[in-house]
Design a protein around this ligand. Structure first.
Ligand code: G
Ligand code: G
Ligand code: NA
Ligand code: MN
Length: 253
């Protein structure tokens, strides 16, 4: 199978790269953190999006080495930016499988240490699928990541089985409101009511909220009005290579 032979090779032959998408802090209007999103540049097939290979990496177990590479690369990038005077935290995405074995914390620590970080600049984004299988393990891992200095985001919030009551049990720092809530929000009173309710619960629980998938001025106006902490989406910037992000920041931040 093409993926089987070639994803292994991609890891060995450095065909993976990270793109970075900024999150705009509503308070300051500035970019304080970015999300790392993996890409695969295949010499045969060109740029391949993660939706085409992450599921396979999860099934095959390659998500282990791939995730390690992502953490190391993001950690090194955060330090490189810091040395250039750019203060950016980087959030990496984790799959459920990465929480279900006991290598996550050692790998995270090693990425921090080998980058020479003096304080933690790495955060993690989890989806609720990370929480359903074994909630108590997930809670323990989240606590250990936070103790190392990472912020923990619950990604794609509101799309699946997660409940508002779960937010009270899981010690996360941020929820990322799924882009399906934000899409066309100004014409949809039901979505507006849901978003207001989620934000009210988040405030009560002391959680910060990121709006994902902001694409239009109307969507921005709404998320500003309801008071999200951070905003992300094509309206501001698409995911891009590190160097492009540096130029974007010079022109936009
Ligand atoms: O980058 P895109 O813009 O296409 O992302 C698609 C999906 O792939 C997202 O759900 C994202 O969480 C996931 N993804 C992107 N990068 C990584 C990664 O480094 N590790 C894992 N586990 N998932 C990732
Ligand atoms: O699942 P996760 O939230 O990690 O993945 C984010 C995905 O959404 C990535 O594939 C990213 O490229 C994409 N994305 C980011 N901003 C926007 C946006 O404004 N609109 C759309 N349609 N997709 C976005
Ligand atoms: Na994410
Ligand atoms: Mn998301």
């Amino acid at each position: 199978m093409w993926l089987d032979t070639n994803l292994r090779k991609a890891l060995d032959e450095h065909q993976l790269l990270l793109y970075y998408q900024p999150k705009i802090s509503s308070g300051t209007g500035r970019v304080e953190s970015v999300e790392a999103l993996v890409r695969w540049y295949s010499p045969e097939r060109g740029l391949i999006a993660p939706a085409h290979f992450i599921p396979y990496a999860e099934e095959s177990g390659l998500i282990g080495p791939l995730g390690k590479w992502v953490m190391e690369t993001a950690a090194n990038q955060a330090v490189a930016w810091q040395q250039k005077g750019l203060n950016l935290r980087i959030a990496v995405n984790l799959s459920a499988r990465q929480l279900s074995n006991n290598t996550l914390i050692p790998t995270f620590k090693e990425a921090m240490a080998s980058s020479g970080m003096t304080r933690c600049l790495l955060d993690v984004e989890l989806t609720e699928s990370c929480l359903i299988e074994d909630e108590s393990t997930a809670v323990s891992l989240i606590g250990q990541l936070q103790a190392l200095g990472a912020d923990v985001y619950l990604d794609d919030f509101g799309t699946g089985y997660s409940s508002l009551s779960q937010l009270a049990r899981i010690p996360i720092d941020y929820i990322k409101l799924d882009q399906s809530f934000v899409r066309g929000i100004s014409d949809n009173e039901v979505s507006q009511a849901l978003v207001r309710a989620i934000i009210a619960v988040a405030r009560t629980l002391n959680l910060k909220v990121v709006a994902e998938g902001v694409e239009t001025e109307n969507e921005e106006r709404f998320v500003d009005e309801v008071g999200v902490d951070d905003k992300q989406g094509y309206f501001y910037a698409k995911p891009m290579p590190a160097e492009d992000l540096e130029h974007w920041l010079l022109n936009n931040d």
